[in-house]
Design a protein around this ligand. Structure first.
Ligand SMILES: [Zn+2]
Length: 62
């Protein structure tokens, strides 16, 4: 499942693929718009979801 964020600056939708969510969003604060290249704050609920996905994925290997 992919996720969608909308740029705060230009409104361009940005699709976020699952592996980016899982590997990147829980340690990142911002994501850059691919249209206007300005930083957008990653919402807390997406960071929490990302951390959950990451933990689920790596639980067995830690
Ligand atoms: Zn933008």
């Amino acid at each position: 499942m992919d996720y969608l964020m909308f740029c705060d600056h230009c409104g361009m939708p940005k699709p976020i693929v699952e592996h980016i969510m899982r590997e990147y969003f829980w340690i990142a604060n911002h994501v850059y718009c691919s249209n206007c290249e300005k930083p957008n704050q990653i919402p807390t609920y997406l960071q929490e979801l990302s951390l959950e996905m990451h933990r689920d994925r790596y639980r067995d290997s830690e």
